[in-house]
Design a protein around this ligand. Structure first.
Ligand SMILES: NC(=O)c1ccc[n+]([C@@H]2O[C@H](COP(=O)([O-])OP(=O)(O)OC[C@H]3O[C@@H](n4cnc5c(N)ncnc54)[C@H](O)[C@@H]3O)[C@@H](O)[C@H]2O)c1
Length: 437
């Protein structure tokens, strides 16, 4: 891409000038001309990366030009998939994301790395001026989330979070009804998440210490986390069941269902003032040590009470808002409400629309269009931060065995030094949080 076009995209990100692509600028075959496409690089080719990349490649105004992974097998699968899609050999492969981000012809990046890497990779991408698709939860700790928010906002890049439920009609309809006042004033919100552990990689039986395979740079994969011996069952996909890398079901899902809860509560930039959570944990030295069952009670402004739970049969999976005049429950493929007629339509009829909400029907298209136009996405970085924070606070409450008082504006835990320590985690040398700046 020419320097002038990059400057234009950066400028448009800063000043929110919509880019209009005139028909004359399109290729003769009807495709968007290369000079008007967002050039994208993908980091992480595991469970989520391939789908994210496929969705990006399917958009006419985006083109994937490079991929990065620490696992050489995953990396060659990634290059093959991208080159296979475009029927050429143009996709470049990297094992070092910083080297890839240094390329001036790359406008944007999609990140699908494990949670313990989110902060370093996302802040580096923002500093390099790349627009970012980042995954939920925003990061492994609240302090890392704050660093990502700062980097993205300081460098004025466009961010979309992988909380794609915001771009699905079922969830949009539910939120529009709640925000439109159809259930009266919200009194209670229930956020139901999974419990236990899922053997996503089918590696649960590979639970003994071995040498890492030659195709994986395990030292770098562990990255800023504490070095622990290689056990296949807690690396690819299943890392989320060990606190060294992820946050268990609670943090894996909070960025989906609490994100929808906040959207309905009109609290994208809000949060709880008090959090108390109890849970059941395997021994800390177990192969998978994340909480298997949990229940948190949270106090929100306007006298709203929220319950976040996994493994409790009285809290259904998904999001339920209970108001003074009715209730709505929504989940993937499920919608129930106090007024059964609301089930009857896919999207809210025009005449029933009372709330002015952001509408998107394609989360990737929304990101690419916004990266090109400079407009905010449906799930910007600050929203992702607030959507995941209640999950982090529930975990901190469980680990510190205390009720947390949270100052939403200052983003500080009040009068609890032990719990406050859990807002961040130490970084293993040579990785340092100084890199966030
Ligand atoms: N939005 C959704 O619905 C959804 C679904 C699944 C996962 N996710 C999120 O996607 C992210 C990735 O999860 P996953 O299940 O795909 O994990 P995964 O383990 O399957 O894949 C991660 C990939 O990243 C690579 N990697 C790790 N560190 C790297 C680094 N520093 N540089 C380059 N590559 C690196 C790994 O080698 C691996 O190939 C997580 O944050 C997860 O929460 C989101």
């Amino acid at each position: 891409m020419s320097t002038s076009r990059r400057q234009f995209i950066k400028k448009s990100a800063a000043f929110a000038i919509p880019v209009i692509i005139p028909a004359a600028a399109r290729g003769a075959d009807g495709a968007v001309a290369p000079s008007n496409r967002l050039t994208v690089a993908a980091v992480g080719w595991g469970m989520q990366g391939p789908g994210n990349t496929q969705s990006t490649m399917s958009l006419p105004n985006a083109q994937v030009v490079a991929v990065c992974d620490l696992d050489k097998n995953h990396l060659s699968q990634a290059t093959d998939a991208v080159n296979g899609f475009y029927k050429n050999q143009d996709c470049k492969a990297y094992t070092d994301y910083k080297e890839m981000f240094a390329r001036k012809d790359i406008d944007a990046v999609t990140l699908a790395v494990p949670d313990h890497w989110h902060a370093l990779v996302a802040t580096a991408a923002a500093k390099a001026g790349k627009h970012i698709w980042g995954e939920k939860p925003l990061a492994r700790t609240i302090a890392e989330q704050q660093a990502i928010v700062k980097a993205v906002e300081d460098h004025k890049v466009i961010w979309q979070t992988g909380s794609w439920q915001r771009s699905v009609d079922n969830f949009t309809k539910a939120v529009e009804l709640v925000r439109g006042g159809y259930i009266g004033q919200i009194k209670e919100v229930q956020v139901g998440l999974p419990s236990g552990h899922n053997d996503f990689a089918g590696t649960a039986k590979s639970n003994t210490v071995t040498e890492p395979p030659a195709n994986l740079d395990y030292e770098k994969w562990v990255g800023p986390s504490a070095m622990v011996p290689y056990i296949e069952a807690r690396v690819h996909r299943n890392w989320r069941w060990h606190y060294n890398f992820g946050g268990g079901q609670l943090l894996d899902w909070i960025g989906h269902h609490c994100d929808i809860a906040h959207w309905g509560m009109d609290m994208d930039n809000g949060g709880p003032s008090e959090v108390e959570c109890e849970g059941e944990f395997p021994p800390a030295d177990a192969m998978w040590n994340t909480c298997t069952k949990y229940r948190g009670e949270l106090k929100y402004p306007k006298d709203i009470k929220m319950t976040i739970a996994g493994g409790h049969s009285d809290i259904a999976g998904g999001t339920k808002w209970i108001g003074t005049e009715g209730w709505i429950h929504v989940d993937r493929g499920a919608f129930e409400a106090s007024d059964p007629s609301w089930r009857g339509f896919r999207v809210l009829p025009e005449k029933m629309r009372k709330a002015d909400i952001y509408r998107s029907t394609n989360h990737f298209k929304n990101w690419v269009d916004c990266a090109l136009s400079g407009k905010p996405t449906i799930t910007p970085v600050r929203t992702a931060h607030h959507s995941a924070t209640p999950g982090h606070l529930c975990l901190i409450s469980m680990l510190s065995k205390s009720k947390i008082q949270w100052d939403v504006a200052k983003e500080e835990i009040l009068n609890n030094a032990e719990a406050s320590k859990l807002l961040n985690r130490p970084y293993r040398s040579p990785y340092t949080q100084a890199d966030f700046a």
